[in-house]
Design a protein around this ligand. Structure first.
Ligand code: DX5
Length: 228
């Protein structure tokens, strides 16, 4: 049995001058988890949230937080992001010399661990660490910015990761997340390829009918399209 469809916002488009209220509104709009796109200006050409910023908005919702660590040295600050209130840490395979050890360390901190794959990185990269993760993230943009176009040529890779998860009997414990360019026009392809967690940033915030409508619409399309 595969895990349920989850819709999670990227908070990059949020109004940071009232971040706490923005988090509360995402909660009320029905998102399942909240993803913080952590960027260090080195691994990606952008700079975003430190752990103190995440800690400051933790009280505004009870929903789980995940930190997408688009950083060169995820081991250095992993503990700080867990202390800030993140239940899951997502590290990039491309940033980890010793990925197996990094994932073990995250689990030892009491968080769940996930691996993100940039568009050029093959699915086979995670073959020997599937026992250490509760999620694999397949990027459908090159990381660093919101508002980019969905890279549909990643769909075969999404299928490959879904097959790996299912063949190992992990469909009821390991999520498959997709992040980048997810919208009402692209989410069906990602879900049909096997993604059950879908990250959306600009598609949520640009919906003229508001966040709740956007979340509901994305969840409905993904649920109808999903093949796990
Ligand atoms: C890339 C970012 C974006 C963001 C989603 O580094 O992580 O993928 O989460 O942004 P949209 O939904 O606007 O592509």
């Amino acid at each position: 049995m595969t895990l349920p469809i989850q819709i999670a916002p990227s908070v990059l488009p949020a109004n940071f001058s009232k971040f706490g209220e923005e988090i509360r509104e995402l909660d009320e709009a029905g998102v399942d988890i909240i993803q913080f796109d952590v960027m260090d200006g080195q691994f990606v050409p952008n700079l975003t949230f430190g752990p103190d910023v995440i800690a400051s908005v933790r009280p505004f919702t009870k929903k789980p937080f995940e930190a997408h660590l688009m950083v060169l040295t995820p081991d250095v600050m992993a503990a700080r992001y867990v202390e800030a209130g993140c239940q899951r840490l997502i590290v990039h395979a491309e940033a980890c010399t010793h990925l197996h050890r990094t994932l073990e360390n995250i689990r030892a901190l009491g968080a769940t661990a996930a691996v993100a794959l940039n568009p050029h990185t093959p699915a086979s990269t995670v073959e020997h660490v599937l026992d250490l993760v509760d999620m694999i993230l397949v990027m459908t943009v090159n990381p660093g910015f919101g508002g980019q176009s969905y890279i549909s040529t990643m769909e075969p890779k999404i299928r490959q990761v879904r097959s790996m998860i299912n063949e190992r009997g992990l469909a009821d414990s390991v999520h498959l997340e997709v992040d980048g360019g997810i919208s009402p026009q692209t989410i069906a392809g990602a879900a049909a390829a096997g993604a059950n967690v879908l990250i959306a940033g600009s598609a949520l915030y640009r919906d003229p009918k508001g966040l709740s409508h956007a979340v509901t619409q994305l969840r409905q399309i993904a649920t109808e399209s999903f093949t796990g």
